[in-house]
Design a protein around this ligand. Structure first.
Ligand code: GUN
Length: 285
C-alpha cells in the first residue's frame, strides 16, 4: 500500500509553527499584515480569498480586504497597489488571479513591490529563485517541497519529472527540485513519448489540469506521485490529474485530491507573509 501524503495534517503542522512565530513577533510589537485584493466576484476566487483570510486569522496575521467591483479600471487597481506598497504597516500584497479581461495581469504583478510579493509571481522573485538568491517562492511548488520533506521522501539525486510548464507551478517546481539537487525534466503537451518520459520519474509531479489523465502506464512502479490538479470528473466530483484508484496500488507514495497539495498552498502563503518581515528588515535583500 502506498503512503498517503496527508496535506491537511502537514499544512496544520506548518500553520501551528507559524502561529507560534506570529505570537513571538506580536510580543515584540510587530503585527504581520497581508492585503488581499479581489477584483470582481468569480465564485472560485471568492472561495480561495475567504480561505486565505481564514488562514490569516488562524495564525494571527492581520488581513486587509479589498473587494473591488468587476469594472474597476487598471489605473484604479494600480493606484491601490501603489498605496499599499508605500504603507509601512503592510507586509504582503496579494492580488487574486484571474483578473477581469480588461486588466493586464503582467502589469499588475510587476507593480507589486518585490519585497511584498508574497505570491512569488513578480519577475524579480522568479529571477531570484532561478539564480538561487533569497526571495519569495510561488506557494504551491514550495508546498510540494514541504510535503516531500515532511513525509521523509528524499529529493537529492532523484529523477523528477514535472508534467506542466505554467509560471505558477511547473517552472518554479522544476527550479525548486533542482535547488534540492534532483535531476529534473519538464514535460508538457508537446513532449514526445510522454509515457516513456514520465515513467522515468522517481518523483512525478502532475500539473496539467486534465482530470485523471495520469494512469498507471505513465508511472514507474514504486514512484512518488504528487497531484496538483483540481478538476471535476464525469460525475462532477472533485478529482486530480492522476487516476488515483489506478495509480495508488503501484506507487510508493501519493497525494490525494482533495487533501493533498491544495491545503499546502495557503500554508505557504502564510509562511511567505511571515518571511516578509525578515526580508523587509534586511532590504535590499
Ligand atoms: N489564483 C489561483 N491560484 C492563485 C494563487 O496562488 N495566487 C493568486 N494571487 N491568485 C491565484
Amino acid at each position: 500500500m502506498a503512503l498517503l501524503i496527508d496535506g491537511k495534517t502537514i499544512s496544520l503542522q506548518i500553520k501551528n509553527e507559524l502561529k507560534a512565530q506570529a505570537e513571538k513577533l506580536r510580543e515584540q510589537g510587530i503585527q504581520v499584515t497581508l492585503a488581499v485584493i479581489q477584483v470582481g466576484n468569480d465564485p472560485a476566487s471568492s472561495v480561495y480569498v475567504r480561505n486565505k483570510k481564514k488562514g490569516c486569522e488562524y495564525i494571527g496575521i492581520r488581513s486587509l480586504s479589498y473587494e473591488l467591483p468587476e469594472h474597476t479600471s487598471q489605473e484604479q487597481l494600480l493606484a491601490l497597489i501603489k498605496e499599499l506598497n508605500d504603507r509601512k504597516d503592510v507586509n504582503g500584497i496579494l492580488v487574486q488571479l484571474p483578473l477581469p479581461a480588461h486588466i493586464a495581469e503582467d502589469t499588475v504583478i510587476q507593480a507589486i513591490d518585490p519585497a511584498k510579493d508574497v505570491d512569488g509571481f513578480h519577475p524579480q522573485s522568479v529571477g531570484r529563485l532561478c539564480i538561487g538568491q533569497r526571495g519569495f517562492v510561488s506557494c504551491t511548488p514550495a508546498g510540494i517541497i514541504q510535503l516531500l520533506k515532511r513525509s521523509g521522501i528524499s529529493i537529492e539525486g532523484k529523477e523528477c519529472v514535472v508534467l506542466g510548464r505554467s509560471n505558477i507551478v511547473g517552472k518554479p517546481m522544476a527550479l525548486l527540485l533542482l535547488r534540492e539537487n534532483a535531476t529534473v525534466t519538464i514535460a508538457h503537451s508537446r513532449t514526445q513519448n510522454l509515457k516513456e518520459v514520465t515513467s522515468r520519474a522517481d518523483i512525478l509531479i502532475a500539473a496539467v489540469g486534465k482530470a485523471k489523465m495520469i494512469t498507471r502506464d505513465y508511472v514507474k512502479e514504486g514512484a512518488v506521485v504528487i497531484d496538483v490538479g483540481i478538476n471535476r470528473d464525469e460525475n462532477n466530483k472533485l478529482c486530480g490529474d492522476v487516476d488515483f484508484e489506478d495509480v495508488e496500488p503501484i506507487c510508493s507514495a501519493i497525494t490525494p485530491v482533495p487533501g493533498g497539495v491544495g491545503p499546502m498552498t495557503i500554508a505557504m502563503l502564510l509562511n511567505n507573509c511571515m518571511e516578509s518581515v525578515g526580508l523587509q528588515a534586511s532590504l535590499p535583500f
